[in-house]
Design a protein around this ligand. Sequence first.
Ligand SMILES: [Zn+2]
Length: 93
Amino acid sequence: MEKKELIIKNYMEDIAKRNREEQMSNRTDICKCDRCKLDVFAYAINHLPPKYVVTDRGHIFTKLQEMETQFNADVTREVLRAIEFIKSHKRHE
Ligand SMILES: [Zn+2]
């Protein structure tokens, strides 16, 4: 039997990360430093349900695209809320 390395993964994190990159790169009115990018990610992921899946490394990409289609509307909404929140609650000077 072929041995596959199985991992457990929260796909919501990957979807949120990609969505954040996309939305933040389109904005000119916000700070895009590492701190603010992480703050936006943390805020968004705290407001989204985790989607844990057991998978082998080879299937991550296909599964991610599937779930992205399914959850993108929710993720887009939460990432947008996160951007607006961090914009008005910046954690640095
Ligand atoms: Zn910043």
